[in-house]
Design a protein around this ligand. Structure first.
Ligand code: DP6
Length: 326
């Protein structure tokens, strides 16, 4: 009754910001992402007769009470499904700081879903795992399949799931993740996106997304990096404008975030194709092709305020491993 899973964080190219169903975490729109090789969560879960409550621990960091409640809810969901009454010991570890817009809830809930369902004796298909992970945190469903992933919005719980569009080795892209802030953000994505629909730009964003998805899929199919980059920046800025005009507005960027964006533009002006995308936080994901990695990294490291740089390749999705954390 013990299992360990590793799950990558993912970076959304077409963003999920706003839900059609809050409780079931059915998103307002389809989204597309890439799993990240250097930003991942490892989680060991053991259900045991000797526990009288769940024991949940994050190595080197602390979960807030709110985060613990979400994890407990997810464990109970999995216990119900497996028909077991035992409590779980959960130890989890990230390779990056949580709560800073690096999708720790995505890798966290994906790893928890895969480890806890195996520890509970469930044998679920990839599609079922994505649906279950989604109930914990929406973007977590995209961390289950391999490589480049699409999460279809769906009308009901069972048709809102994620599947792989291409395996990790399909396209040698890099996500140069510039960490400019390691403090947990004040407003989580879950809370922030509850108010997305209050933005006057919400409707426009929703109307534009189907065309953007079609163009992004075309860019992926053709490995057309320029088209790909233009679409991801457009979608990032569209989400950002919605965030900024919600009631109450959200401002996640810092001056260093803006400096990183300017650096990406300077890269392009000097002939190195690179594009940015940013989730709900200040950290900047610079996307480039493998042969531009060195140039982009060397330049970005010089920016004052960039605390560290995490170089990601496209990665496999969540999977069980043999070594346990305890
Ligand atoms: C800005 O998946 O963290 O990163 O479903 O409420 O847990 P909940 O939200 P979450 O939101 C991620 C939002 C985003 C964009 C994205 O990853 O698509």
């Amino acid at each position: 009754m013990k299992a360990t899973a590793i799950a990558p964080a993912n970076i959304a190219f077409i963003k999920y910001w706003g839900k059609r169903d809050e409780k079931l975490r059915i998103p307002a729109n389809t989204s597309i992402s890439m799993n990240l090789s250097a930003a991942f969560t490892s989680t060991t879960v053991e259900f045991s007769k000797n526990l009288s409550r769940h024991h949940i621990e994050l190595v080197d960091e602390m979960f807030s009470d709110k985060e613990i409640s979400r994890i407990v809810l997810h464990l109970d969901r999995i216990r119900d499904r497996a028909g077991i009454a035992q409590f779980a010991k959960v130890i989890t570890k990230n390779t990056f700081p949580k709560g800073t817009g690096i999708a720790s809830s995505a890798s966290g809930f994906a790893a928890l879903t895969v480890a806890a369902s195996a520890a509970a004796g469930l044998s679920l298909s990839e599609k079922e795992l994505t649906i279950l992970a989604r109930l914990g945190s929406g973007s977590a469903c995209r961390s289950i399949p391999n490589g480049f992933v699409e999460w279809t919005t769906g009308e009901e719980s069972d048709d809102s799931y994620a599947c792989s569009l291409y395996p990790p080795e399909y396209w040698d892209l890099r996500d140069i993740l510039c960490i400019v802030e390691t403090k947990t953000k004040e407003v989580s994505s879950a809370t922030g996106m509850e108010f997305a629909q209050t933005s006057p730009l919400w409707e426009t964003r929703q109307n534009e997304i189907p065309e953007r998805i079609a163009q992004l899929k075309q860019a992926l199919r053709e490995k057309n990096f320029q088209l790909f980059g233009e679409i991801i920046e457009e979608d990032c800025l569209s989400m950002y404008k919605v965030m900024n005009t919600q009631v109450s507005p959200l401002f996640y960027w810092t001056k260093t975030t803006e400096d990183c964006i300017k650096e990406v533009q300077a890269n392009r002006a000097s002939g190195t194709l690179a594009y940015f995308t940013i989730d709900a936080g200040p950290n900047v994901h610079i996307i480039c092709e493998g042969n531009s990695e060195k140039k982009v990294v060397d330049r970005v490291k010089r920016i004052l305020g960039v605390q560290s740089v995490l170089i990601n390749k496209p990665s496999v999705g969540a999977h069980l491993i043999k070594e346990h954390l305890f």
